[in-house]
Design a protein around this ligand. Sequence first.
Ligand code: ADP
Length: 229
Amino acid sequence: MYLVGLTGGIASGKSTVSSILRELGCPIIDADVVARQVVEPHSRAYVQIVRHFGPDILEESGAIDRKKLGQLIFAHDDKRRLLNSITHPEIHRAMLKQILLYFLKGYRYVVLDVPLLFETRRLTRFLNHTVVVYCDPATQLSRLMQRDGLTQEEAEQRVATQMPLKEKRGLASHVVDNSGGREDTHRQVLRLHTALEDSMEFLLVRAVAMAAAAGLGGILLYTIKLLVS
Ligand code: ADP
């Protein structure tokens, strides 16, 4: 099995591309969904967040109010770091668990849908391919304004907080250019899907896993022989 990272910029079309890949049958792990799951009430991260940030960041239901928490850490780097140090290990553990499940089910690859893939760079060394969903700046701005009901100024501010899409495009091994129509994007995703399906990289990981399993089996046999002799 091998890993593919999928990323983009705000409103560049990452969700659009990831839903096409999902329809094509690709196993996708959505980092945003995992990030929400790991802070569900009474999880390990939840308990630590409430301990450090206090009960004011909770909704009446007891769930974490992500908006309030976001506002709390917005201008405080130390608080943001603290929150990340609580959530990131949990997110990575949960993603690893899902990857292993897909591996055991026999999938050749898994797509990790991660918005800040190149900003945090934590996962990039584990990835065999990286896909950036690009779109030109004017299109990105107008789609963002339309989708989220923002003024041009607000949209520009959101885009400015991210790594420029052009820079991300330069770091990726595959680019889906979503500046045009949906049909055009669909065609590009079909080509990407074919390339992923045709790749033989999964064989290497399977061979390593089989060799490791054989090695473990050998050690086990040797130990049993020593014990019974
Ligand atoms: P992201 O997940 O990167 O934030 P989305 O996939 O949600 O971006 O796309 C942003 C907005 O642009 C959405 O409203 C989506 O429906 C629209 N959109 C995406 N791709 C296209 C396209 N090729 N043509 C027209 N609109 C698009």
